[in-house]
Write a protein that binds this ligand. Sequence first.
Ligand SMILES: [Mg+2]
Length: 397
Amino acid sequence: MGRAPIIAHADMDAFYVEAELLDKPELRGRKVIVAGEGRSVVLSASYQARQDGVRSAMPLRRAVQLSPESVVIPPQMHRYRSLSAQIMEYFDTLTDRKEQVSVDEAFLDLTGAVRRLGTPEQMGQMIRADIRQRFGLPVTVGIADRKFIAKIASTRAKPDGLLLVPPDQRLSFLHSLPVTALWGVGGRTAEALHQMGLRTVEDLAVTPRETLQRRFGATGEQLHDLAWGHDPRQVEPERTEKSIGAEETFAEDISSTDQLSVELLRLSHKVASRLRAAGLRAGTVSLKLRWRDFTALSRSHALQHPTQSAAELHSTARSLLLGLGQRPQPVRLIGVRAEKLTDDDGAVQLSLTETGQDAHAGERLAAERALDAVAGRFPTVKAGPASLLRSQDRRSS
Ligand SMILES: [Mg+2]
């Protein structure tokens, strides 16, 4: 049995306003609005101004009508951005599984931090105290074993609060909420649900799935899942790696297309196994060449479906090479690079059959994964497709 996930949603309270109050303490406790000069909409409002009905994204003119005593401050975006970067850096010290949602909000997967940081409750208190102490800013933290519940928890604990929903209270918490608390239940869906007499999440939960499916399609099924606490969404850490590549400089410049193609295959295997090890797929493949006179060229191609298969990387890189036509000079260096990286969501069978181009692609990827396993278990064994092993043998002989 694995340990229950511990997902925190940390959301700064009235972030722009609080950032302004750092050097305008005389405004603390007052009605304050940060509003853009250009489009003149409310970017952030203090909770005192919110009591008058002021909301983010509201036209400033309307906000001032509602709350005439409010002090209006123009934004200093560079300042908020730099504060945000420091706060996100702090989150990075807690976990390497952080998903930044916006300038002032992030999900943190703290499942692996229990031994280091303590119970979920202690972690939540620590985050709040640390942010208060280091930045002088209030933050609200919601903690649960599901991302969407952590988000709901922080929303309900605002401002300057902490709400922990333990796994055994997940359903009672959810079921007590109005349907509008769920992600994706906007005005129109809420209205339709209300017309069906469904006001709470519990009402949703006890409604037959088929009824919801008939009325709302796939959304109805999702709502039913959410009402029972089911949600597959994980914290998705942002990628520091923007691309993964491999290249080779030759001792002697190469003119033969066959030889270059074999090199591309070898490099494609290197890149593909690194993609698979990192759980990533390439959306774009690029080919790099350096000619004898050191000038360089690169070409890239966007794939219809992201891949982590060496065979697909190779065939794309090879077409890019052939697409160049007659080459002006012998090649000194060749490289393959995987770009536009996305998370491997395990949807390989679907994407490969969707392309319909290559019925064997799935089998080949399975074979490549088997090679990863062999290479992982016996690091000294050179694993690769037969054509490569042969060419390597030849080179070393
Ligand atoms: Mg916020």
